[in-house]
Design a protein around this ligand. Structure first.
Ligand SMILES: [Cu+2]
Length: 214
């Protein structure tokens, strides 16, 4: 083989090796959850009292917005696996206060921060906390600040509208594999019940529910 032929063969072999390496790299990227392009939005609201349209008019509760924009009285949530989930919570209830200030610090969200009315924070005042949105198995804990007691135009029946006094909390968290995870509030927000942990804090559908990762 001439020197020129050897050089050409060398270039061809090197180019082929590079192609294989590039292929392996691209394949590994597409398998990595970090590279997942999937994302989803989840929109919730919390109300201090459900109002006369519901079984327990005086109970505090979460509601979820469906794809058509309707508010459903449900705490069964569905999000895709291996995705970034962008959550928006419209919080219409006043503060109760946390017994455990540990929960006043957001955890398990992207950057361990949340946005409260557009401002990024890594802790809120535990005494001014109204509810939490927590998925303990996924390490996600999000505190929700309350509406001021003297705020005008407060909501007293679900579904509340954006014209009524509220706080807006947004954050993003990452889902992994599919599964069914419990989520719940940790604020003793069940007014009128022993220690604030009865009624809507005990049964699913109010301050507790399931996050179905599919
Ligand atoms: Cu609560």
């Amino acid at each position: 083989m001439s020197g020129r032929a050897q050089r050409v063969l060398g270039v061809v072999v090197a180019a082929a090796a590079l192609c294989v390496l590039a292929g392996v790299y691209v394949t590994s990227l597409s398998r990595s959850p970090q590279a997942a392009a999937r994302s989803a939005d989840l929109t919730l609201q919390t109300v201090g009292a459900l109002g006369p349209k519901y079984d327990h008019p005086s109970w505090v509760s979460y509601l979820v917005r469906d794809r058509g924009g309707e508010w459903l009285h449900s705490t069964n949530l569905e999000v895709p696996a291996n995705s970034l989930v962008r959550v928006t919570i419209h919080q219409y209830d006043s503060a109760t206060g946390l017994r455990n200030p540990f929960f006043a610090r957001p955890q398990g969200t992207v950057g361990n921060v949340i946005q409260v009315d557009g401002k990024t924070v890594d802790v809120i005042d535990p005494t001014l906390t109204s509810h939490t949105f927590a998925i303990p198995q996924l390490g996600v804990f999000v505190p929700l600040p309350g509406v001021a007691d003297n705020a005008p135009n407060q909501c007293d029946a679900a579904p509340c509208t954006s014209a009524q006094a509220h706080r807006t909390i947004t954050f993003t968290f990452r889902t992994g594999r599919a599964g069914r995870y419990r989520w719940q509030c940790f604020v003793p927000c069940a007014a009128g019940f022993l220690t604030g942990f009865g009624g809507p804090m005990q049964g699913f559908g109010y301050m507790d529910g399931y996050l179905n990762v599919v």
